[in-house]
Design a protein around this ligand. Structure first.
Ligand SMILES: Nc1nc2c(ncn2[C@@H]2O[C@H](COP(=O)(O)OP(=O)(O)OP(=O)(O)O)[C@@H](O)[C@H]2O)c(=O)[nH]1
Length: 457
């Protein structure tokens, strides 16, 4: 019967607590009461002494009568809790002058039961006994009612507890135990089925275990949070390093792209880049129906520069000439080194007249320039062509190259325009045929600029 055991257990504990409290209370009461009685008895005795001395002093020679009056007073005060049991007045030689009550044996006055009291300035001595010993008195008069009261209370308490346990506490405990069973991690069989206390202990152990698990989980969570923070810091640092590296790579990429697209000597676009841009501009021009012109610029008699001033000076002149071309064209066109001492200039939105004007300005600027310390003068021949409506990039290039060839043939240092009629005339021929002509013409020949074989036809 585990339930009854539990009830008994609780009852026992409560009663034990109550008894312990009662014992402490009684102990305190005994000490307090004892002190009170001692003080009271001392008071009474002192009063008796004073009264007897006064009686003897007021009625000398008639002590017996005075003492009889005193005895009456004593009898009246017998109801006092510490009253005297007997009183004897002893003469100088120790004989009993007066004894109350009369039954007190004279011999008894000498026994140790009597307390001998001195009477001030008198030859008499007072011998008294008290009705109880001090402890007896304390127990009889003070403790007995208290003990009775406590026992009564205890009984009432036990009855009350028994009632409460049966009515309410048992139900509360039952539901508490049911809740506990929800967290039971052990096999039910392992519990002591016949002992509620055993079960309670088991559950308490389980709770302690659960508590430990919760604490260790909280600790693990803290550790996890710390490691996460460390990981985040690490990731941030790595990300920052990666971003930095990425930026470096982007810069390097840009530099690489510039290197790949730039002519290393003259720092203008190289032929590869020009081919791409040329194709794009031709496509755009056709799509938007906007004009597009090209200049092929070739330095005249450059071989002579090399021969006379050396190849290195020739390099410097080439570089400077490219700079002049780039300066003159500005942002309006695309300048590229076509190869050797020849440059190509792409002029989007330039019609033939405007392109011719630009070519003339360019030719004049180079003719005017003085290169190197030796103030070398050079001239240029320029072939100009505008993209025809039906023309391909290759066909445009061919016409510009023809114009340049003409400029050379006519004595150099001049601008020759490739007429649009020429382009139309060529287009009137079969397209396939022209392409074949272009391919043949584009093969590099001595003294002639190369025509890109990569360009789209
Ligand atoms: N210094 C230097 N010379 C170059 C470079 N590329 C080509 N040349 C020279 O340019 C000269 C081209 O000679 P040619 O094809 O006969 O042309 P040209 O002397 O300019 O005569 P025309 O074009 O007919 O006016 C050659 O001497 C090449 O060595 C270069 O990068 N640096």
């Amino acid at each position: 019967m585990p339930r009854r055991s539990a009830v008994q257990f609780i009852l026992t504990k409560v009663v034990a607590c109550y008894i312990a409290m009662a014992v402490v209370l009684l102990g305190g009461l005994i000490i307090w009461s004892y002190q009170q009685v001692v003080a009271h008895r001392a008071d009474m005795t002192a009063q008796l002494q004073t009264s007897v001395v006064e009686a003897i002093t007021q009625a000398p020679g008639n002590e017996q009568q005075a003492l009889q009056w005193l005895t009456l007073g004593i009898q009246l005060s017998e109801s006092d809790s510490v009253a005297f049991q007997s009183i004897a007045l002893l003469g100088e030689d120790g004989h009993v002058v007066f004894a109350w009550p009369s039954s007190v044996e004279l011999a008894a006055t000498a026994s140790s039961a009597f307390n001998l009291l001195d009477l001030q300035n008198s030859s008499f001595t007072l011998a008294v006994t008290y009705s109880d010993t001090l402890l007896e008195h304390v127990f009889k008069h003070d403790l007995l009612p208290v003990i009775a009261l406590l026992v009564g209370q205890l009984m009432v308490l036990m009855l009350l507890l028994n009632y409460l346990v049966k009515r309410g506490i048992y139900r509360t405990f039952s539901s508490f135990m049911r809740e506990l069973s929800m967290v039971n991690l052990r096999q039910p069989a392992a519990l002591q089925a016949d002992s509620f206390l055993g079960q309670f202990k088991e559950y308490r152990q389980v709770l302690v275990g659960v508590n430990r698990v919760i604490l260790s989980l909280a600790k693990s969570r803290e550790q996890l949070a710390e490691s996460n923070q460390g990981l985040e810091r690490h990731i941030h640092a790595k990300t920052a390093a990666l971003e930095e590296r990425n930026e470096e790579l982007l810069i390097l990429n840009k530099q690489l792209s510039i290197i790949a697209n730039t002519d290393s000597l003259t720092q203008v676009y190289n032929r590869t880049r020009f081919d791409v841009l040329f194709k794009e501009h031709v496509t755009l021009s056709k799509r938007r129906a906007t004009p597009l012109a090209i200049l092929l610029v070739d330095l005249d008699d450059f071989k002579k520069v090399n021969d006379r001033f050396g190849h290195q000076t020739g390099d410097h002149v080439l570089k400077h000439a490219a700079h002049v071309i780039q300066r003159e064209i500005g942002a309006e066109g695309v300048v590229a080194r076509w190869g050797g001492e020849e440059f190509a200039v792409l002029l989007p939105y330039f019609d033939l007249a405007k392109a011719e004007e630009q070519a003339e300005t360019l030719r004049a600027a180079i003719a005017k320039a003085r290169f190197e310390e030796q103030a070398i003068k050079i001239t240029t021949s320029i072939g100009v062509a505008q993209l025809g409506e039906q023309e391909t990039a290759g066909q445009l290039l061919k016409r510009a190259d023809d114009a340049l060839y003409d400029a050379k043939g006519l004595g150099r240092n001049r601008v020759i325009i490739a007429s649009l009629e020429q382009s139309h005339t060529q287009l009137e021929l079969a397209d396939g045929e022209f392409i074949e002509v272009l391919d043949v013409a584009s093969e590099p020949t001595q003294g002639e600029p190369e025509v890109s074989e990569k360009l789209p036809t």
